[in-house]
Design a protein around this ligand. Structure first.
Ligand code: 5GP
Length: 191
């Protein structure tokens, strides 16, 4: 999405460790009008594939996944990162290494919310090395359900996670793919 690339150039900051900060419209403050446009574009990219659920991981994936699920008229499910007293019954669980927190945590979804008949679209805010998406794919696999594809708002193409999944035949669509970013804030995109 050209408009997303322009927003990144105007508003994003490059932090040390190849972290892109987009708190002004995506990660802390959410530009809801623009979020709707991104969700509409995502629904268009995955139209006609029979998606029955949108799955993401808390916390920063939730706003995008909710907007996409609303466009597709299906439920949104998010994996929890922390054990919670209000989770009971059988659970689907996968370890994920966090790029931003440099630690491994278990993501957990109740078995009640993903069934073998589900066709799941996995979404997240960022796609870097692909660990979060791989963990979510593992959860879908454990449920016996089908992954229809994956969509990130922003992919950092130079970190390779998206291309690794595409090479395995997964339909991966990202609304903007950053090809390079420098410490002085210059960002280029894959064309
Ligand atoms: P991956 O698992 O693909 O390596 O990283 C994706 C996850 O790490 C996303 O859930 C996202 O929250 C976080 N992440 C990775 N890179 C960035 C980044 O440059 N900026 C922000 N804000 N989050 C990132």
């Amino acid at each position: 999405m050209k408009e997303l690339e322009e927003k990144i150039v105007r508003e994003a900051q490059v932090l040390p460790g190849h972290v892109l900060k987009v708190g002004s419209f995506l990660n802390q403050q959410v530009d809801t009008v623009f979020l709707k446009k991104m969700a509409q574009e995502t629904a268009r990219l995955f139209a006609g594939l029979g998606v029955t659920k949108v799955l993401t991981v808390e916390a920063s994936g939730i706003s995008f996944a909710t907007a996409v699920a609303m466009e597709m008229n299906v439920p949104m499910v998010f994996a929890k990162k922390h054990p919670s007293a209000n989770m009971s019954g059988a659970q689907l669980c996968s370890p994920v290494y966090s790029y931003t927190h440099k630690t491994t945590y278990n993501i957990v979804v109740s078995r009640d919310y993903i069934k073998p008949c589900d066709k799941v679209l996995i979404t997240d805010d960022f796609l870097a090395n692909g660990n979060a998406l791989k963990g979510l794919m593992e959860i879908v696999d454990q449920a016996g359900a089908t992954v229809v594809g994956c969509c990130a708002e922003i992919e950092k193409g130079f970190q390779g996670g998206g291309d690794e999944l595409r090479a395995k035949g997964v339909k991966v669509e990202s609304l903007a793919i950053v090809e390079s970013m420098t410490d002085d804030g210059k960002v280029t995109f894959r064309s």
